[in-house]
Write a protein that binds this ligand. Structure first.
Ligand code: HEC
Ligand code: HEC
Ligand code: HEC
Ligand code: HEC
Ligand code: HEC
Ligand code: HEC
Length: 398
């Protein structure tokens, strides 16, 4: 097997990694005590201002927010219509009419935005019938009829749990979360014990666990699946992955790949559910399975938020020394700047290895926009327009 120069550099990197890991002979691996409670990201700022300020700027802190200050200016300007298509008019679950002033929360901001209004039948939030596409500056149809709280919230909030479930009907009746959007505790676990003790032993740090477990911390949300164990308020399989037991919440470090395996389908992750199987419903066409895929044995992501499923096919993952956090740090740290993912290639490879060459935009998100593949296929396919290249959003009122 041909060994390129990059390999040598990487082994050196891996060695540094191991040596620094061994330097403190018995590293403290923090574990959040069972009775710890969620305290919210604002409570962490007191002692971790640098991380907090950096996280506040990141997209994780912004995925779901109250309308005021977060709704896109273009969407407000075009609420009545964009010249070719009307804007949002009804709630998808109840079919009732809603106006701009009824919108309570917005979902997304970078490349598309969706609008949440109350569902008076369930007490949850439902979607309006059109989403705004930032690249085309137009409305496109959005048909999701399940309540946001019961279809998307595990991945778009922190500390999500189901608190009441109708087993007979197969419906989520009530659920709660600690904080909207992806807060500190989504990656570090509930912080009450740590805030009181200030001890490393009471908080989870993804960098402390083995490399494959690190990727699982991110993969819990950067994933696509179909959940038959838990159904939405409308009685359909959920797209997210709440904890196995009622009232309990996922904690980073949990090995969710072992959760209720017979009631959830996670293509590529579970034995028996390969990438190239013909799936139905929402799992249909999640991966490229054409001739190119067959020839290379690599099934690129065809939709967004499948980075974990792309990545586990890569040579990077299989080395056992590279995880999501090798290239992405979610915030700056004490004495550390936040990593710029596209600049990491050069630390292990020669200049012929670049993001543009090896990470084509294959994962469809809004109508004409795609996110980058994480399969690192050495025979990459051509990609589409990159969602990541859009400029910063304009907010109404700014
Ligand atoms: C009252 C001060 C205080 C608050 C509030 C606080 N921390 Fe800390 N945190 C500390 C101190 C002190 C350390 C360093 C502990 C050590 O090195 O033994 C630390 C360390 C950490 C670490 C690193 C652990 C490691 O492996 O090195 C993480 C992660 C962390 N805190 C997360 C949080 C989160 C998340 C919150 C909010 C839920 C939070 N902290 C709130 C004081 C605080
Ligand atoms: C609780 C769910 C959740 C977890 C856990 C999570 N993410 Fe995310 N991530 C999201 C969501 C939702 C977005 C979309 C934010 C947006 O674009 O509005 C996102 C966006 C991102 C982005 C693109 C935006 C940016 O800031 O560049 C990166 C990169 C990313 N996540 C990496 C990670 C990594 C690395 C981890 C693990 C250390 C991780 N995520 C853990 C839900 C999660
Ligand atoms: C399994 C976890 C998961 C579920 C379930 C999920 N999402 Fe996401 N979502 C993510 C992640 C991770 C990202 C960012 C990475 C990406 O898009 O590739 C994201 C991105 C988004 C974005 C783009 C954000 C932006 O700033 O443009 C929107 C909008 C969105 N999700 C809406 C939804 C809706 C609506 C649902 C429910 C029908 C949903 N998501 C369900 C994990 C999830
Ligand atoms: C999307 C996941 C994610 C979120 C959200 C997140 N962190 Fe982290 N955090 C990490 C990862 C991964 C590391 C390890 C980075 C490394 O060492 O390369 C880390 C490391 C840390 C550390 C120890 C290293 C250092 O000195 O910075 C502290 C303290 C910390 N985080 C606090 C916070 C606080 C406070 C927040 C919220 C304001 C937060 N984190 C939000 C993933 C996250
Ligand atoms: C921490 C070191 C490291 C970083 C950072 C890194 N790589 Fe790699 N890369 C490796 C290793 C190790 C392999 C596996 C080499 C092997 O098995 O021959 C690899 C393999 C690859 C391959 C597959 C090549 C093949 O012959 O199968 C591609 C493509 C690739 N990397 C692209 C990138 C890109 C693009 C970036 C930046 C976004 C990047 N890498 C960042 C270490 C790294
Ligand atoms: C070898 C480096 C590398 C690894 C490992 C890696 N990524 Fe990325 N990732 C990148 C680069 C480069 C980009 C594009 C950044 C840009 O556009 O500037 C990216 C983009 C993203 C985005 C934004 C979507 C887009 O297309 O802009 C998300 C979300 C993301 N990565 C999540 C993850 C997750 C989750 C993992 C682990 C399962 C992971 N990444 C592992 C290099 C990496």
């Amino acid at each position: 097997m041909a060994r390129h120069r990059g390999m040598v550099k990487c082994l050196a990197y891996a060695l540094v990694f191991l040596v620094s890991g061994c330097a403190t002979s018995a590293p403290v691996v923090g574990r959040v005590p069972d009775d710890a409670k969620f305290v919210g990201s604002a409570a962490c700022q007191l002692c971790h201002d640098r991380q907090y300020v950096s996280w506040r700027k990141s997209w994780h802190s912004k995925i779901v927010r109250p309308k005021t200050g977060s709704i896109l200016r273009e969407a407000v300007d075009k609420w009545a219509g964009d010249g070719t298509s009307p804007g949002p008019t009804i709630g998808n679950a109840t079919g009732k009419a809603f106006a701009l002033e009824d919108v309570q929360y917005v979902v997304g901001l970078r490349w598309k935005q969706l609008y949440l209004v109350p569902n008076d039948q369930t007490g949850n939030l439902q979607f309006m019938n059109m989403q705004f596409n930032r690249a085309s500056n137009k409305w496109e149809t959005y048909a999701q009829k399940n309540d946001w709280n019961t279809q998307c919230a595990t991945c778009h909030t922190t500390g999500y749990r189901i608190t009441a479930y109708d087993e007979q009907a197969g419906k989520t009746v009530k659920s709660e979360f600690a904080e909207m959007s992806v807060g500190c505790e989504a990656c570090h676990g509930p912080g009450s014990a740590h805030v009181a003790s200030k001890s490393k032993a009471d908080i989870f740090n993804p960098a402390d666990v083995d490399v494959m477990a690190q990727s699982k911390v991110c993969g819990y949300c950067h994933l696509r699946l179909e959940n038959e164990r838990w159904k939405t308020a409308q009685g359909n399989p959920r797209d997210d992955f709440p904890a196995p037991r009622l009232g309990e919440t996922y904690r980073p470090g949990d090995d969710w790949t072992q959760w209720y395996p017979h009631e959830v389908i996670i293509p590529g992750v579970q034995a028996g559910d390969p990438f190239d199987k013909e799936y139905a419903g929402d799992l249909k066409d999640l991966f490229k399975t054409d001739e190119h895929a067959k020839a290379t044995g690599v099934f690129e992501e065809a939709k967004h938020h499948q980075q974990y499923q792309g990545f586990i096919q890569s040579a990077h993952y299989k080395t056992g020394v590279i995880s999501c956090i090798t290239c992405h740090t979610p915030h700056a740290g004490s004495g550390k700047t936040q990593k710029v993912a596209r600049e990491t290639c050069g630390s292990c490879h020669d200049a012929s290895y670049s993001m543009d060459k090896y990470m084509p935009n294959t994962g469809l998100t809004a109508g004409n926009l795609f996110v980058r593949s994480h399969t690192f296929n050495k025979a990459p396919r051509p990609g589409g327009q990159g969602a990541g290249s859009l400029g910063p959003p304009n907010y109404y009122g700014d």
